[in-house]
Write a new protein. Sequence first.
Lengths: 465, 465
Amino acid sequence: MEQIVIDKLHDILSSDRIFTDKADLYAYGFDASIHHATPDIVVKPKSSEEVEEIVKIANEYGVPVVARGAGTALCGQAVPIHGGILLDMTGMNKIKEIRVEDLYCVVEPGVIYAKLNEALAKYGFFFPPTPGSGDVCTIGGMIAVNASGMRAIKYGATRDYVLGLEIVFPYGRVRFGSKTLKNSAGYQVERLIVGSEGTLGIITEATLRISPLPEKRAVALASFNDVVKAGEGVAAIIASGMIPSALEIMDKVCIEAVKKAMGIDLPDAEALLLIEVDGKAGEVRESIEKVAKILEGKASQIEFTDDEERMAELWRGRKGVLPSLSRYGEDMVSVSLADDMSVPISKVPYAIKEFQEIAKKYGIIVGTYGHAGDGNLHTKVLINPKSPDAWQRAEKAVDKIYKAVNRLGGIASGEHGIGITKAPWINGDIETMERIKAAIDPKNIMNPGKMEQWRKSIIAYLRYR
Amino acid sequence: MEQIVIDKLHDILSSDRIFTDKADLYAYGFDASIHHATPDIVVKPKSSEEVEEIVKIANEYGVPVVARGAGTALCGQAVPIHGGILLDMTGMNKIKEIRVEDLYCVVEPGVIYAKLNEALAKYGFFFPPTPGSGDVCTIGGMIAVNASGMRAIKYGATRDYVLGLEIVFPYGRVRFGSKTLKNSAGYQVERLIVGSEGTLGIITEATLRISPLPEKRAVALASFNDVVKAGEGVAAIIASGMIPSALEIMDKVCIEAVKKAMGIDLPDAEALLLIEVDGKAGEVRESIEKVAKILEGKASQIEFTDDEERMAELWRGRKGVLPSLSRYGEDMVSVSLADDMSVPISKVPYAIKEFQEIAKKYGIIVGTYGHAGDGNLHTKVLINPKSPDAWQRAEKAVDKIYKAVNRLGGIASGEHGIGITKAPWINGDIETMERIKAAIDPKNIMNPGKMEQWRKSIIAYLRYR
């Protein structure tokens, strides 16, 4: 990077918010994915105006710009693979407005999801998308990848909650959307930005719709001796006209891993469904009983509870799948290679079956779990990371997994995004995406080499693994 | 239009689906707005492939292309102001798939909203956005303007339900989105298309999320002797953590018009709130009683009911506002000049107050009603259409109304779109919209002269009124 760019950044930001130390730069080169690349410089802006000035300089000199929140991206979205300026957005962490009577809040992008919900809970409200990394991830990152989580079946994803955005594009700072619940007054550019992973612009402010917290929740745990039967249970619940607030699935590998690593009391089964309903205090008990009734004859065992302690234990088990899988066996680690495919809901059991067969064929272990109620599945591949042969088999299996997902009418990502890892499996028309990208960012400075590297994606994938 | 274009259209479509008769062309020049312009030719495609071929020819010869559904657009979206080819999309009216266990349906753009909901009702499901023109309007039109209606406060707008689209752009037919509830696998171009009013491409297929029908509904009618008190009532309901399925307001002018024209039993009041809750059979009665309790002390009179007949009468009254206003006085018609502003919910009473003051100042009558619960208001200006002076005063008043809306943090359209009528008041960054438009439609053939005519909008507005 030219010295003049560094000098100009020093004109904008005080030195304590500019990092050029090699150790710092190296550390900032990671996110939660398997990728790494070192930025040329890290800056920590405090305001929209600063972001605007930084991007202006970057555009003038053709320097890559990558925005980063908490770095919890699972597919390399925050890894600056072409170097350049990394913007640490965590300094912009103000909740600017909470207006419960208007059903919105206004936040800076560095606000942590859990902090926002803490603030909203005081009014009896919440921001519903529930990413697994919610305790640490930022709202800006959630918007960038259209994050969601286990409550999307009832509450939708981040894209359904973005009412307005302030965005810094290479040519300037703009606003789209409004503080109104409805808007038919211009192109919905704010919704195009959701899920664009920083490849078009940098979010500097967001106006989000908020929802009232439910009064109460209840949970059912159902065991199945066949994963297809579990899938039939899911279909029956949804076709009954009931929309649970969560409907999670775990396969045998995941159940065993959690029992072994965490000692949580779970039944032995081929598959488990964990179903949560929420609503008014008087109604959740009735709803969860209805769920249990629907599953009768399909499940081998059903437990339902509105006991807070047991519910907390069951959720601990579900949330423990990911760390537990890492302790599944000696010399084994869990790798996120094919980790958040989305299929039509009724295809979930067939997807899991296919994954199991693929795993068997390639001699690897695949654990599958996730949001059965909205068709969003997570798989973790368990391999010995030191074995090149295991890596090779895993890569072949992953390719087969994505092909199976495609055959079932699904897509490569339901909530994590494309980043580097999934670039070969991006969904949608490439020419249109290229046209939009070139129109907004003709010099390709905004998070280059990520989802927009459509045609070169496989090379990018191999190089930055 | 060149003869070669007409000849080429005849190569694609049989003659019975091509209209060039002057009377036909004139009739097709109207929608539900105050605008009119005659197309050069009307075609009625039956398939995506035909639309693709038609647009290809139009792009080759630089001929404008305007898609039209039922022609219920209120702001001139379907009026072909630069002539060219008008596509009557009502021939593409197949419901291709209904998958309740997967929570989606797939439809062609010419499917009528009410027909879709009839088909879904057989499974106990519905497509929630509820436009006032729902009995006749098409799904394609709803997507084009991001239509919603009175249930948006609880269920959101069309933009929240579009999972996937097939779109014909000038350069070809493409697909975005998926049949999965979640999608983070590429640019959300399908959501950019929602509300773009045919200025980017023509929708040829839509995959829509669907929802289970509620078991039961109940309604409360509350009278207020001050519109600000009605607004306080709205704020209190929402801040209580309750989201009604509808929360409508009518001002004095509207109440009087409905009573006079329809003979419906409504209280004398400065403002009425009509509140609907939906949900499980056992819970709606409790919810509507809670609403009544919240409004105690604020309202001068409250009625609540779950009697089907009385509820139907009250909704007839609400839906009768628009026709009733047209019969308010001799020599008076109701004109849609400033008709669907959206403000933050708590600003609704202040907006109504300002509209009343503006009406008084300019010596016209303005009736205000609409979706108080989501901040989306409708005003109808009542004037003698033969009086040029009345038109002039109305235009000045409308300008003041939009300025007031802006001051209150609102926008010009919540659900009808921009079209021609509201072009001067478009929301969002103009440069970005121009960049996207030019990237997708460089020859400006897609519904030219509409919302994209940002800088020339006032001229367009005056010319095509």
